[in-house]
Design a binder for this molecule. Structure first.
Ligand SMILES: Nc1ncnc2c1ncn2[C@@H]1O[C@H](COP(=O)(O)OP(=O)(O)O)[C@@H](O)[C@H]1O
Ligand SMILES: [Mg+2]
Length: 306
């Protein structure tokens, strides 16, 4: 394939109808509210400029990486060109896509810390059509300290992404579980923040810290930053506890809570071992259908319509 073809328009009819969830109008969803109307994603006649979405929560194990991979793959099924950015030195996003990240010479680290390399030198395609990756490994753990003395240290990621934004419809940034300088870099170049929240316990304090950080970044660095939505993950409809946490989240965050809810299932840990998204590993599974439903909500609610 020549370089010219590489970013040509993809015509995608979207996923098979039997791989998509359907709701009756007025049907009550797992949030306890009726599902809102979400239009079918329109086919695109060109790509870009990208909407940048930071997937962020300073708590670990809430489904950030899982959501980044599977939302990204589902958006690609709808014909969107998607770039995933691994901004966690653990490299779980890269590993989850089957990339042997420990062996990589050039990673996101080399985009952020001088002497920088060109973004195209780090960019990789994945096994999923339309889904590209900027991978990371443990090298990135040094970036936070090395960036501290740089001018414009909060905008290092923005500078690295700028040259490729026109080629993509959506950029998803998988943040590390902290509110440190790497996460601030993600927020500084994002249009919206998607917050995955594990339906285990409700920590208003934890979320207040995160929303304070979002407010500060909006005031000081990035006036266009919006809260894109709260994604409830690891939901178990059979337990009263899960349903109670859900109603608290909806009470506090209202419409910001996506109608799509991700159920707890062992299919997700399986996919990380397989190194591929659930949409290709188990295309008809409830988990795959949920991330497709989320992709439709994100396209309708968060992605710039051009
Ligand atoms: N809906 C889910 N049900 C069950 N396990 C899940 C679910 N989502 C993620 N996991 C698993 O939970 C662990 C943490 O998820 P991960 O996406 O890595 O969280 P984070 O990136 O926020 O640390 C992983 O082992 C992942 O496979
Ligand atoms: Mg992670």
């Amino acid at each position: 394939m020549s370089a010219g073809d590489q970013y040509s328009l993809q015509v995608s009819a979207g996923p098979d109808p039997d791989e998509v969830e359907h709701h009756e109008s007025g049907e009550i969803g797992p949030t306890g509210r009726p599902y809102r109307e979400v239009p079918e994603p329109k086919p695109l006649d060109r790509h870009g400029p990208a909407t940048v979405i930071a997937v962020c929560n300073q708590k670990g194990g809430v489904g950030k990486t899982t959501s980044t991979i599977n939302l990204g793959a589902a958006l690609a099924e709808y014909g969107r060109r998607v770039l995933l950015v691994d901004l966690d030195p653990q490299g779980a996003l890269s590993a989850g896509l089957g990339v042997p990240h420990h062996e990589l010479e050039q990673t996101v680290y080399n985009l952020l810390v001088p002497p920088q390399v060109a973004t195209d030198e780090v960019l990789m395609r994945t096994r999923v059509d339309g889904l590209d990756l900027l991978p990371s490994n443990i090298d990135l753990s040094a970036a936070e300290i090395q960036l501290v003395s740089e001018v414009g240290r909060e905008q290092a990621l923005a500078r690295a992404l700028h040259p490729v934004l026109d080629r993509y419809d959506v950029v998803l940034i998988d943040c590390q579980p902290s509110l440190g300088l790497l996460t601030v870099n993600a927020l500084a170049c994002a249009d919206t923040v998607l917050i995955p929240m594990e339906c285990e316990y409700f920590s208003l304090r934890g979320l207040a810290l995160l929303t304070d950080t979002i407010d500060k970044v909006r005031d000081r660095l990035n006036p266009r930053l919006e809260l894109g939505g709260i994604l409830v993950t690891m939901f178990d409809a059979r337990t009263l506890h899960s349903r109670e946490v859900m109603s608290r989240v909806v009470e506090v965050f209202g419409d910001a809570v996506y109608d799509t809810v991700i159920t707890r299932t062992v299919r997700f840990p399986e996919t990380s071992v397989a190194g591929e998204p659930i949409t290709s590993w188990a295309p008809k599974s409830a988990g795959a259908k949920a991330y497709r439903a989320l992709a439709r909500e994100v396209i309708a609610r968060n992605v710039k319509q051009t």
